[in-house]
Design a binder for this molecule. Structure first.
Ligand code: ATP
Ligand code: MG
Length: 693
């Protein structure tokens, strides 16, 4: 409403209230506006050739004694100010304002055929009883209803049409699994449903689509919608309410927006966005809605959980005290991860981020850890490759893949990690250990940015909306190590974030670094130089995992980190000098072996006991005499030897509190045996095998 009109409406309203003529003037205004609309005789009011005095006279004549004092003075004032042309705008607003003050409620009745007066009265009585106020009805015909009617009152709808019942029935039948029923039983079920419907005729809240496009619908009505609530469009598609404005709701459409048009009805479902959860999810690939996409048949879920859930409280948690082994030497030794921890994997594109996560999943085999891999905005071919690798190595049995592809709509990509988290949480709450990988959150943030821009939210830094921090914090906060009293399960999260040119100070990486308990930083430089996994030990940290690390590993890792850092400095310096004293030479020699040992091929995670054996041999200087390019073979041979000669050793190391003298001796014996026996040719390093600096 334009400001000027608003002022006049206010003036008329105040005048009427003061004179105690509000109700009378409202009726008058209705009469006037009908006249203004329909009858030729009011045209003179707007005719510039008619003098104001003449207009006044004719107006008085037309309404003689009908005009109240307030209305008369108002009209005369309008005429005097030459603003009578605004009258058609002023009157409806005034009527609305007056009705609101008098407590009238507007209701729109649509029916399949014209209603009899008697029916109209019955409806009015019914509605007035419901709201306890006078109701103004307006009528329209809508043949789509088939039979019956619906009433739209203040965004609420009283449904009594055949169409809506058919819709509901269709949806109900579609949702439940009637596959097991025979035809006979099915018809009984349908009859039951119909009977249930004829008894319940309740007020339902319904909105109307104002605009639709780009997967976003703006909906009028729906006063009582919840943020994140699932909405059902009249064509059966679902949406999720995201922007709750004063009278309009912005919603994302979860399927296609093709069948949705302006004016379509939208119903509240009273449910939040949910996903099926349960043991049946293991071994499956599902989309962001939890529906299977692997052609392995239906999933019989234990139950459904909302995708947005509150994170466990402080009381429900305990400190991280058990390690989650990745099977990667660099990580388990230098940036150990504990169960319930959130460790970010961050690096440029194609630096082996996904590889680390997949190796970690592979390493959970036989360790009673369920895994959920959430692929966001990735190519189907990449995910297919990951799945077949997991299946090959027997890791798919305990893994669920939640996949929303790059071609899925932004809303689906946006909800995928939350859906995956709820699937994982179900197991955590049952006391199991779960690992979840979000690959990757940069694409997730981009999907959210798209939605936000389409919803008209103001863009902030790098065009992301202001709440992009909350987007990831509320997701990662759900990772936890639960206290014994709450089942003692855990949810470990490995979010992945992609950087541009190694820039970890960009918006999304800094956000996620500040939310997580540490990060594994991958460098393109290292990767291209063949140092894989390309972890930069200097920039990688784990803030809580250390306390959960295997004690023997902890002891070995301390000196390793320092020696390796010293080596890196020395190596940079030694590039320039040719004459090196023997001490420095030895240090370089040792450092190179450390670097070599930290390399690890993809898909070959190592048991922590094997890692300890290798690192022990390394720190004892047993590898000094091994040629650099034989280090890999040496490690394999050592493990092989252990399996052959000392079968119990692996288990004992794993269970031991620390590396006892006995265990040390036994590892040393294995190394001796390696040197003496079968692998002796391997250990006689010829000078040309010695690497140049
Ligand atoms: P993107 O940014 O495309 O998601 P990414 O950072 O996830 O890439 P990956 O897909 O994991 O990187 O790895 C990139 C390539 O490097 C792959 O071909 C993978 O096989 C190879 N690779 C990863 N880790 C290793 C490794 N430890 N040893 C050898 N090759 C590796
Ligand atoms: Mg990747």
């Amino acid at each position: 409403m334009a400001g000027l009109v608003k002022n006049y409406v206010q003036a008329l309203f105040d005048l009427s209230v003061k004179a105690g003529e509000l109700e009378k003037n409202m009726a008058l205004a209705e009469e006037l506006s009908i006249d203004l609309l329909g009858k030729e005789r009011m045209h003179y009011l707007r005719d510039p050739d008619v003098f104001v005095e003449e207009k006044k006279k004719r107006l008085e004549q037309a309404y003689k004694d009908k005009l109240s004092d307030a209305m008369r003075s108002f009209l005369l004032q309008l005429l005097a100010e030459n603003k009578i042309v605004l009258l058609p705008d002023i009157l409806p607003e005034f009527i609305r304002a007056a009705k609101r003050r008098l407590g009238h409620v507007e209701a729109r009745v649509s029916s399949a055929k014209p209603l009899e007066d008697e029916e109209r009265e019955r409806i009015r009585a019914l509605l007035e009883e419901k709201v306890g106020k006078p109701v103004n009805l307006s009528y329209s015909i809508d043949e789509n209803l088939i039979a019956g009617f619906y009433i739209n009152m203040k965004g609420k709808v009283f449904e009594a049409s055949v169409r809506s019942k058919l819709d509901d029935l269709r949806e109900k039948i579609g949702r439940e699994d009637y596959g097991a029923y025979g035809i006979e039983e099915l018809s009984t079920v349908i009859k039951e449903q119909i009977k249930a419907y004829s008894q319940e005729s309740e007020f339902e809240e319904v909105g109307v689509v104002l605009t639709v496009g780009d997967g976003i619908a703006r909906i009028y009505g729906l006063d009582n919608v919840m943020n994140g609530e699932l909405l059902r469009f009249s064509n059966g598609e679902f949406g999720m309410a995201l922007n709750l404005e004063e009278s309009v709701v912005g919603a994302v459409i979860l399927g296609s927006d093709r069948g949705i048009e302006e004016g379509d009805l939208v119903k509240l479902t009273g449910r939040m966005m949910e996903v099926p959860v349960g043991d049946a999810m293991s071994g499956r690939i599902v989309n962001a809605l939890g529906q299977p996409i692997d052609n392995l048949g239906e999933i019989v879920a234990d139950k459904h959980l909302p995708i947005e859930r509150q994170a466990p409280t402080v009381i429900m948690r305990r400190e991280v005290n058990r390690s989650l082994e990745t099977g990667l030497k660099t990580i388990d030794a230098l940036v150990p991860i504990g169960k319930g921890q959130r460790e970010l994997i961050v690096g440029d594109r194609q630096t082996g981020k996904t590889a680390i996560a997949i190796d970690t999943i592979l390493n959970q085999k036989g360790k009673n850890v369920r895994c959920v891999y959430v692929a966001i905005g990735q190519k189907s071919s990449t995910v297919a490759r990951i799945q077949s690798r997991l299946r090959e190595q027997g890791a798919m049995d305990y893994t669920t893949i939640v996949f929303s592809s790059a071609s899925d709509s932004s809303p689906l990509q946006y909800i995928a990690p939350y859906a995956g988290c709820s699937i994982a949480e179900y197991w955590m709450e049952k006391g199991e250990d779960v690992l979840i990988v979000y690959d990757d959150l940069s694409k997730h943030a981009v999907a959210y940015r798209t939605i936000s821009l389409l919803l008209g939210r103001p863009p902030g830094r790098e065009a992301y909306p202001g709440d992009v921090f909350f987007l990831h914090s509320r997701l990662l906060e759900r990772a936890a190590n639960m206290a014994e009293r709450y089942g003692g399960g855990s949810l470990t999260a490995l979010p992945i974030v992609e950087t541009q040119e190694g820039d970890i100070s960009a918006y999304i990486p800094t956000n996620v670094i500040s939310i997580t308990d540490g990060q594994i930083f991958l460098e393109a430089n290292l990767f291209n130089n063949g140092f894989r996994p390309a972890i930069n030990p200097g920039l990688s940290v784990s803030r809580v995992g250390g306390s959960a690390q295997h004690p023997a590993m902890q002891k070995l890792a301390g000196p390793l980190r320092i020696e390796y850092a010293q080596f890196n400095e020395l190596a940079a310096f030694a590039q320039f000098g040719s004459d090196l004293n023997p001490e420095t030479q030895a240090q370089l020699n040792h450092g190179e072996r450390i670097r070599e040992v930290l390399k690890q091929p993809q898909y070959e995670p190592l048991d922590v006991s094997h890692q300890i054996m290798i690192l022990h041999a390394l720190t004892q200087g047993c590898m000094e005499s091994v040629g650099i390019n034989q280090i890999g073979t040496f490690q394999h041979a050592l493990i092989h030897m252990a399996q052959k000669r000392d079968r119990e050793l692996t288990r004992e190391i794993r269970e031991a509190g620390s590396l006892t003298d006995d265990l040390r001796r036994r590892i040393d014996l294995l190394v001796e045996a390696l040197k003496e026996e079968k692998f002796s040719p391997l250990l006689t390093s010829s000078p040309e095998e010695e690497p140049g600096l």
